[in-house]
Structures are given as structure tokens and as C-alpha cells.
Design a protein. Structure first.
Length: 333
């Protein structure tokens, strides 16, 4: 899976970039690069077949006026092609990313051929050896013609893409999901390191409850993400519910300031399932200005989180419903 893309050093001086900034603002450039990163992982050949203007704006995380981003990019950053749309000159500017599927297939063939060759030298071998070739898929090196050119190698090196993981300090792993952001960390998700969902939870807990280390509570978080009830449903309640519960307990004064429980214990004991009971407050007491600002801030954060989760769900649904890809035929911009 691709973990990076190439970006020209002259990108910001290009007339198309300047026009995009003028018409859509810097938010337009952000959405354009989000779309490129999403395509590198989900549409590595740059073919957006099966996606309409709304799907493309969802993949780009465009927050502005509907169709504004798509209408501007069409003919500039996006080309029409048989069966849909394609990213303009994607294979030319990102050949390594565009050939990801071809490399994967070649690696599979190399691994299978190597295994067959070794097995042919040992015809007397028996047992379960025949079941092993599928385990070799994707582990054999595969060189493409452009690998031997003079173009500078991107950083990190693409030949490390299968084994490279970001440092813990960054907290956010490269996404293996199906949307611009890592939003579907359910069954089969890569939980080897903290993802965006845990980072958001950790930041909220640090801000509203108790400041702890960046990985405090991560072990309990992973256990909850993997846990299932008797019907197979996930026991993870989602950040939105946890944020509401923590805000309610803070407002009710369940814990004195400075004596809040840690995030690990909160998750391990499933505290959100317990009723919220705190020190009684006078019914006539009005919230202070500081409390009012905190409540508004939390409400806005919950609204943004809910919107982001809806967008992730929509993007996932779009990706899962896509049909077979067609060979793109770019139209010059």
C-alpha cells in the first residue's frame, strides 16, 4: 500500500495552483492534496471510475459550497475519461504510486515462481508444503523499469512501504482504511499503533479531564476495539458517546479537580455505562462564564466529530459500492 506521494517543488508557483487558491482559497489546495493522498491508497492508478462529483468532494474532504471544488478541478486537476474521471497526469507525476497494483501482482508471481522452483528441486518432500505458496504473496521484490532511472528517490523509500511504520511520537499511523482519514478502525483494522480516533480521544481527555502520556490508555483502547459481545457486535461505544459521558461527569462534579481517574481505568471499567452521580448543586445556580464557554466548546467539538464520522461513513460506503475499474483515457486540460 502506498504511504506517500510525490509533490513537485514548483507546485506552489504553478499557475494552476495560484488559480485554485484565488478561486477556492487555501482550503481548496488542502482538499486537492487530501484527494491525492486518498487516491494513492484507494485508487493508486488515478482512475476515479464510478465516482460522481459528490463522491470526489467527499474523498477530498471539501467543506465549502457543493460542486465548487469539483467544478473548478474538472479540466484542471481532474480529467474526464471513458467510464468516469481520472486524476490529471497522475501516472506521469506519481509513477511509483500508479504502479502499486502492478508491483503487487509481479511480487506475487515472483514469489509463486520461486516457490515452484524450490519445490521442483525437492520432489521427495511431502507434508503441508503445498499450502505455503499463498503465504509468500507480496514478499518477493519486484523492480519496474523506471526504478533504474535517474529520478531522485522519494522519502521514505518506496521499497520500504510494506514494513515502514511512523515513529510513535507522531501518534498517527499511515491509514490502511478506505477514506481520506482513518475512520473505520473496526474488524480487521490495523491497531499496531495509535490511530486518529485514539489521538482525538487522548487529546479530549487531556484537555477536559486529566493530562497523561500520549499512549496512556492505548492498551485498554485496543482491547475494547477488539472485544465483541455474544452477537458479534463491537463493544466500542465510539468517541462521540465517550465525549458526552465525560462532559456530563465533569459538569456533575463526579471527580474533584486533580483527582480524575486515568483514561486506562475509565475504559477498562467501562465507566460510561455507570449512571452519572455527582455532588448536588443548587438548582438556581447559573453556570459561570468559564463553564458556559467550556460547554459551547465541547458542543462544537462533538458536532465536528459527528460530522467527520458521517463523512467517513459516506466515503466508506462510496468506496465499497464502486464497480470494476475502466482503463482511463485522459483529456488534455
Amino acid at each position: 500500500m502506498n504511504t506517500d506521494i510525490r509533490l513537485s517543488v514548483g507546485f506552489w508557483q504553478h499557475p494552476k495552483t495560484k488559480k485554485t487558491v484565488k478561486r477556492l482559497g487555501l482550503e481548496g489546495i488542502r482538499s486537492l492534496q487530501v484527494l491525492w493522498l486518498w487516491a494513492a491508497q484507494n485508487k493508486p492508478d488515478g482512475n476515479l471510475a464510478g465516482m460522481d462529483w459528490e463522491d470526489i468532494e467527499l474523498a477530498a474532504d471539501w467543506q465549502g459550497e457543493e460542486r465548487a471544488f469539483f467544478d473548478h478541478c474538472l479540466g484542471v486537476w481532474i480529467d474526464e475519461a471513458e467510464g468516469g474521471y481520472v486524476l490529471h497526469d497522475w501516472a506521469e507525476h506519481n509513477p511509483w504510486q500508479a504502479e502499486a497494483e502492478a508491483r503487487k501482482e509481479q511480487a506475487r508471481k515472483n514469489a509463486t515462481a520461486g516457490w515452484e522452483k524450490r519445490r521442483a528441486k525437492r520432489p521427495h518432500d511431502s507434508g503441508n508444503a503445498d499450502s505455503m505458496p499463498p503465504q509468500c504473496d507480496g514478499n518477493a521484490p519486484a523492480k519496474q523499469p523506471h526504478d533504474f532511472g535517474n529520478a531522485p528517490s522519494p522519502y521514505p523509500s518506496p521499497n520500504q512501504e510494506e514494513n515502514t511504520s511512523p515513529p510513535v511520537e507522531s501518534l498517527v499511523n499511515q491509514d490502511r482504511a478506505r477514506s481520506p482519514e482513518r475512520g473505520s478502525e473496526g474488524v480487521g483494522a490495523d491497531l499496531s499503533g495509535p490511530g486518529l480516533e485514539f489521538v482525538e480521544l487522548r487529546e479530549f481527555y487531556n484537555r477536559e479531564m486529566r493530562a497523561e502520556g500520549p499512549l496512556a490508555g492505548f492498551a485498554e483502547y485496543k482491547q475494547l476495539k477488539a472485544a465483541r459481545d455474544m452477537t458479534g457486535a463491537s463493544l466500542w461505544p465510539g468517541n462521540a458517546r465517550l465525549f458526552d459521558d465525560l462532559a456530563a461527569r465533569k459538569d456533575a462534579g463526579v471527580w474533584s479537580r486533580g483527582f480524575e481517574i486515568g483514561l486506562g481505568r475509565y475504559l477498562r471499567e467501562k465507566t460510561w455505562l455507570a449512571p452519572v452521580t455527582g455532588r448536588a448543586q443548587a438548582a438556581t445556580s447559573a453556570p459561570t462564564e468559564h463553564q458556559r464557554r467550556q460547554q459551547e466548546s465541547r458542543a462544537m467539538a462533538r458536532a465536528r466529530l459527528a460530522m467527520r464520522e458521517d463523512e467517513r461513513a459516506a466515503a466508506n460506503a462510496v468506496h465499497e459500492g464502486m464497480g470494476a475499474k475502466h482503463e482511463p483515457r485522459s483529456i488534455a486540460s
